[in-house]
Design a protein around this ligand. Structure first.
Ligand code: MN
Length: 719
């Protein structure tokens, strides 16, 4: 046992010293020392932990760091790779890392941990693109992605130790998410290895069959490829050009993808030999191209100049396809050394250590510099638009990406709220949403969404959009749907209310709308310039036309003084308020009337009727406009949750608010809002808005609260 541990320790020391000697090739000694310090910290943090492979855990972060070292990444990325799994276990790890190794390394490690927490579940192919964007959007520093890719690559190399189902899940994620991200960042070598390992783990059978087919084909073709290589080399020499010529092996996964996507047979894909020529200068690229086009005829339409017009990730090369004398095609890539290096490591090339320039190491600045470099190349090529769309937006998205509970990903503009998501999912979901859960915690609908959150929208069949949502939604879809709904709703509600008001007014004269002759109605419509009866009713409901004025016109009465119905002997029935009339009947915020209160209606232009308590102070202001009063009363069956204001004087004690809240909840009411103001050392004055069913319900609540020892005084506030 002891011997095993000693061996393991020795192995880990061997791994770290090997890494350090690799780092010494391009980093300053003090930077390598920092990396070693990170190793000591990581080794201690992972002490006693083992991977599924049985190896000590620390082997894995060292291996991930080595992958980055091979790309000559900066020492902070290397440190982050060594520490990338330590934050998992302890909640204080981030602060600890910051004080030991600085903010930058701590942020990198934290970023990697956050990425590791989101998992790709969806089976839909289109979702993979959103997931990739989500990962990039979550990343403030592009090095986080590079560390994550290195982490993933080493996990893929050691995948064999896992259960088959787990292996396949990780392989699929690698093929659909990580390999394409590596490709987008131009990191070809890493991408190819991820694809190869992912293909093997995902489809072991297909991998084996293709591999043996490839081996057989290779044997058959060896002679031909050698002949072609030799004739190219000779031709270049004859022309006095220099360049290295390599026969290129096609990668299994790319053969497989070609067969699958283009529906080709193995021999059709293998119909092609691949050759790469590396030269010194850009100029030489074109000269070599001329020489080989002279040697073998090019296939028309297959030449691509990625030197003049680079791919969106910065990749540069000349591509051409030639007819060979052996009945096969030859695919040729021609590029400079530098282009070759960029094609290998892509964005990582940017962190290449340059002596004496270690000052400007803000990662974001560097990533942008890389982008600017690519942009510059693109501008020369004259198609920077493609670049802007493909690379910049991908690296620094303006959107947020969130999951639904089903694992689907939705892309929304920054600042979007739960309501925006609800409408993005479906208009009906938006119209009926009442609350949301973010990462299983209940939140208000106005809550802003952030990358990687799982958001569940809670709907209720009877629910309706709230005009207040318009204050915080950001998507056009949510906005227009809410507006549309409210407009329709208000129109219908105002027609219903208008009909009730007009009927009430007519009843006072012993008539009803049904009794008025059609001809007379048409005449009145014309007189008031209404296009339809509905428009007239809606206008009355909205308070734009007074019912009494329309009534007089209907009956042909000339009376212009005080409304007749006020004097009439026929007792006029007050308009019954149900509380569910919607936006055309509003309860005044100053006095917050509730069922059971004596109330008064006041017609307000464009808004319909506003209901006040009869003893509200503001009612006095309306005295001078009796024509705008409406006689109203609560319908006995009025029901709903009505807000009401109360003021309490409570003891200054710990837990007072909780006691009140639980007492209120027990009585089936809600606290909608609380305002606290310090009174003196002993008592605090609280202003609370409760939602209650009616006056009786409120009385019960107040009685119960009054019985609590902590409450000194409680009373309802009306204006
Ligand atoms: Mn890891």
């Amino acid at each position: 046992m002891v011997r095993v541990r000693q061996e393991e320790e020795q192995q880990s020391i061997f791994l770290i010293s090997d890494l350090c000697s690799l780092l010494e090739e391009y980093l300053e000694p003090e930077q390598v020392a920092e990396v070693y310090r990170a190793y000591l910290f990581g080794a201690e943090a992972h002490e006693g932990q083992h991977r599924v492979t049985g190896e000590p855990y620390i082997y894995h972060p060292i291996a991930a760091a080595r992958i980055l070292a091979e790309m000559h990444m900066d020492h902070k990325s290397i440190m982050a790779a060594i520490l990338h799994d330590v934050i998992e276990d302890t909640p204080t790890a981030k602060e600890q890392l910051a004080s030991n190794f600085g903010e930058e390394v701590a942020e990198l490690v934290d970023g990697v941990s956050k990425l590791s927490h989101i998992q790709f579940e969806s089976k839909a192919e289109a979702q993979a693109e959103n997931f990739r964007k989500m990962m990039l959007a979550m990343t403030q520093d592009i090095r986080v992605i590079l560390v994550k890719l290195a982490d993933r690559l080493h996990n893929m190399r050691t995948l064999g130790a896992l259960r088959p189902d787990k292996r396949r899940r990780i392989a699929r994620e690698t093929l659909e998410i990580y390999a394409p991200i590596a490709q987008r960042l131009g990191m070809n070598t890493l991408r190819l290895e991820l694809e190869e390992l992912g293909f093997f783990a995902m489809y072991p059978m297909r991998h084996r069959i293709l591999k043996s087919a490839l081996k057989k084909a290779r044997g058959n073709r060896k002679e031909i490829i050698t002949k072609i290589e030799i004739s190219i080399v000779e031709r270049l020499r004859e022309e006095g050009m220099s360049g290295q010529v390599f026969g290129r092996e096609k990668h299994l996964y790319s053969i497989y993808k070609k067969m699958r996507d283009k529906n080709l047979s193995f021999s059709e894909v293998m119909d092609m030999f691949a050759i790469r020529i590396i030269v010194d200068t850009v100029d030489m690229c074109y000269r070599v191209l001329g020489a080989i086009h002279n040697l073998y005829k090019p296939v028309p339409g297959r030449f691509k100049d990625y030197v003049a017009i680079p791919k969106s990730n910065g990749y540069q090369s000349l591509h051409t396809v030639l007819f060979s004398p052996y009945g096969v095609f030859i695919e040729v890539q021609i590029r400079t050394d530098e282009m070759h290096h960029v094609a290998d490591v892509g964005i990582a090339a940017h962190w290449l250590y340059k002596s004496g320039k270690s000052g400007s190491n803000s990662a974001q600045v560097r990533a942008r510099e890389w982008l600017r470099g690519v942009l510059e190349i693109q501008r020369h090529a004259g198609n920077s638009m493609e670049f802007l769309e493909n690379v910049k937006i991908d690296l620094f998205p303006e959107e947020v990406y969130v999951f639904t509970p089903m694992g689907d990903i939705f892309e929304l503009p920054r600042g979007s709220t739960a309501v925006d998501l609800a409408y993005a999912v479906h208009t009906d979901i938006g119209n009926q949403c009442v609350a949301a859960k973010i990462d299983r915690r209940l939140v208000p609908l106005r809550t802003h969404l952030y990358n990687g959150q799982t958001v569940e929208i809670i709907t209720s069949p009877g629910a309706q959009p709230n005009p207040a949502w318009l204050d915080f939604v950001v998507t056009a879809k949510a906005r227009s749907n809410i507006r549309h709904f409210l407009k329709n709703l208000k129109h219908e509600e105002s027609i219903t209310l208008g009909k009730r008001l007009l009927d009430k007014s007519l009843t006072a004269y012993g008539s009803t709308l049904e009794q008025i002759p059609k001809k007379q109605i048409v005449k009145v419509l014309k007189e008031f310039k209404f296009k339809s009866e509905d428009e007239m009713l809606a206008s009355i409901g909205l308070g734009n036309h007074l019912p009494i004025v329309v009534t007089r016109a209907m009956l042909g009465t000339k009376e212009k003084r005080t409304p007749l119905w006020r004097k009439s002997k026929t007792p006029s029935q007050p308009l019954a308020i149900r509380g569910t009339e919607g936006t055309v009947v509003t309860l005044a915020k100053c006095c917050r009337p509730i069922p059971g209160d004596r109330i008064l209606g006041f017609v307000s232009k464009g808004r319909g009727i506003v209901i006040h308590n009869q003893d509200c102070k503001n009612v006095a202001d309306f005295r001078n406009h009796p024509e705008k009063w409406i006689d109203v009363e609560w319908e006995p069956t009025a029901s709903g949750d009505f807000p009401v204001d109360v003021r309490l004087l409570v003891a200054n004690k710990r837990g007072t608010l909780a006691t009140i809240a639980s007492s209120v909840a027990q009585m089936d009411a809600n606290i909608e809002n609380v305002n606290m103001e310090e009174r003196d050392g002993m008592y605090t004055s609280l202003n609370m808005t409760l939602t209650v069913k009616d006056r009786q319900h409120l009385a019960t609540i107040m009685r119960n609260l009054r019985s609590l020892a902590i409450i000194k005084r409680i009373n309802r506030v009306k204006g």
